[in-house]
Each structure stands twice: as C-alpha cells, then as structure tokens.
Design a protein around this ligand. Structure first.
Ligand code: ZN
Length: 179
C-alpha cells in the first residue's frame, strides 16, 4: 500500500512492542480520521513543489547567472534530462515526506484518543464499567484515575480494545488448545 520510504509509526516508543501490521492499523486510522493531514496536505505540497521546480528554475535560469554557481551538464540536452529527472525526484520526495509527516501527526492524534481529555492521563488498562446490563457501547465508560472524570468510550471514539495496554495485546497462540 505505502512505499516504505520510512516508517513514521516507528517514531513512537509506545509501538516498540507491536508488529508492523499492528502499527498499520494506526496508520489506517490516521488516514480515516485525519484525511486532511494524510491525503490533502501531501497533494497540495506536491503541486507547490511542481510549480516551484518547473516554473522557478526556468525563471532563475533566465534571470540569474546560474551556470557559475550550480554544477550543470555541459550540453543543453543533458541539462534538460537532469532538469526533468531531478524535478520528478524533488516532487516525489516532497510528497512522501509530507505524507509521512501527516501520518505521524495523525497517529499522534490517534494515540491521544486513549488519554483523558481533561488531564492527559492515559486511560489504558483501566477497568471498563457499564451502566446497565446490555453491552451498549454508549453506556460503557471509564473513570480517569487522575482527575476522576468519567468518559463514555463512544464519545472518545474508543473501543474496549484500545484501552488494552500495548504490551498485553499479543494473542497467545496456545489460547484455543488449552483445556
Ligand atoms: Zn483525567
């Protein structure tokens, strides 16, 4: 799906316990919940980079004595080839770097979802209470141990699984074979 130019999710120490595929879940959530950062901004940046390169360079070439500052191939044909190839590389790099930066901020937002909105304390590992007998997600809540605020999981956009500490999420392969 993504070109692994670099893996922005590996910048989070919380993910050290998790496999790449588990982290990809957070990448997908970031794409779903922050489409502006992960999809629109990289495209806008790529368009700007294209304009900067393919309009900026010709203007600079005509108006400035570039040949004495910038190393260029001697023949006009090779200059054209270098100009086009380096332009494609510049635009691609701009796109991938801004996209990974957007994914980084998107994941950061996803991770903060499991923190208390009032005091910032992590809600992971807290017992989930339920108001009423039916397993209605709108009635499941946790209480922040730091400030005592009660949070309904649905309001935070969380599922019970999101509150399991990362290091406990590995499923034991023997789980179904035990008697
Ligand atoms: Zn709190």
């Amino acid at each position: 799906m993504r070109l692994p130019l670099f893996r922005p999710y590996r910048m989070f120490p919380q993910f050290d316990h998790l496999s790449d595929s588990e982290c990809e879940k957070y990448v997908r959530d970031a794409y779903i919940n922050t489409p502006g950062l992960t999809a629109k901004v990289p495209i806008i940046a790529a368009v700007l980079a294209t304009a900067l390169w393919y309009i900026g360079w010709p203007i600079a070439f005509v108006t400035l004595p570039l040949a004495s500052y910038v190393p260029m191939p001697p023949s006009a044909e090779w200059r054209l080839v270098a100009y086009i190839v380096l332009g494609v590389a510049f635009v691609s790099l701009t796109y991938f770097l801004t996209r990974d930066l957007g994914v980084y901020f998107g994941i950061r937002r996803e991770l903060r979802r499991s923190n208390c909105r009032k005091c910032g304390q992590s809600l992971q590992g807290l017992p989930i209470h339920s108001a009423g007998a039916d397993p209605d997600p709108a009635k499941q809540f946790v209480r922040c141990t730091e400030c005592g605020r009660r949070w309904v999981l649905l309001d935070l956009g969380l599922s019970p699984r999101d509150l399991i500490p990362f290091e406990q999420r590995v499923v034991d392969s023997r789980v179904a074979t035990r008697r």
